[in-house]
Design a protein around this ligand. Structure first.
Ligand SMILES: [Zn+2]
Length: 102
């Protein structure tokens, strides 16, 4: 799991939540070091659960994902993504005062 920002600060296009880090599920679970995101990688907004796609990881620019963006995911990874999205949406938005980058 990463403890420091690994991306430039940028607001997500979905809800405007400020992000400065991204990590893989494997990194969160301590199974692998966190790789640098690549163009085309899917990512999940931790505030609203929107699925996003990295357009430019160097500048942390993303866009909303389209159904075709998930076609290369395995069934297992797709289920994990949907499960994480449901968890985030059930939990609700992160209160503005906890958004440390705003
Ligand atoms: Zn969002």
């Amino acid at each position: 799991m990463i403890n420091e920002p690994n991306l430039p600060v940028r607001r997500n296009p979905c809800c405007g939540y400020c992000v400065d880090a991204a990590e893989t599920l494997e990194s969160v679970l301590g199974e692998q070091p966190n790789p640098w995101p690549r163009t085309g990688d899917l990512t999940l907004c931790l505030n609203c659960g929107a699925i996003l796609v990295f357009i430019d990881p160097i500048t942390n620019q993303t866009r909303l994902a389209l159904p075709k963006d998930g076609q290369t995911l395995s069934g297992k990874r797709r289920r994990m993504l949907v499960r994480a999205q449901k968890y985030i949406r059930r939990r609700g938005w992160i209160p503005r005062e906890r958004e440390r980058l705003s």
